[in-house]
Write a protein that binds this ligand. Sequence first.
Ligand code: SF4
Length: 245
Amino acid sequence: MKADKIEAFYQRLQDADPEPQTELKYVNPYTLLVAVVLSAQATDVGVNKATGPLFATVDTPAKMVALGEAGLKSFIKTIGLFNTKAKNVIALSKLLLERHDGEVPRDRDALEALPGVGRKTANVVLNVAFGEHTIAVDTHIFRVGNRTGLAPGKTPFEVEAKLEKVTPAQFKRHAHHWLILHGRYMCKARKPECWRCTVADLCAFKDKTPAPGTPARKAGSNRRPKPATKKPASKKRAGKKRRYK
Ligand code: SF4
């Protein structure tokens, strides 16, 4: 995608949602970190359901360690992979106490050294908790980057590097959320809603989804399908009176 199109792409996402927010609920950088760790292969809605009651009383690493692994499991047992996640959250809470006085470090390497924290999680925490211009590439951003031509890449890391390169400075702070929300609610995996998409004219995706009710085109055809027309009744039939039984 060319630079002028990229600028217009982000401008429209910004106009539609000037201050995008994460949909994960949290009360401080520590609870954000825990919520992001829990959200791997789970929905934000599912995580919020579990963390609402948890974060009401457990909002620091010290309180989490005191709660213990079994206690944490009782809060998060509705979330996928909760056994491993509970282990990681207790271990990372202990490390935060040992190495960082119970604070979440504003540093990629220190974050990635925590159990259960990879590059994507570190990017989310740096962006949301500390306002850093990082772009965490999840499944939605990976898809949007490739489909639209904004940042094609074979791996999440490649897409992240491209986004870093092509995203204009003024859009970097919120690029992560604009792209994730666009992928989640508009440029959906199975059926992107191209007919109502604000960036459709900028997007390189060839097989755009037509508006519901539009007759389907033949694959590879650029011609509009002919509208269905009624066959004129033959003279013979037209002249005949219809009999009703
Ligand atoms: S036009 Fe379709 S494929 Fe392109 S960004 Fe919009 S929803 Fe996604």
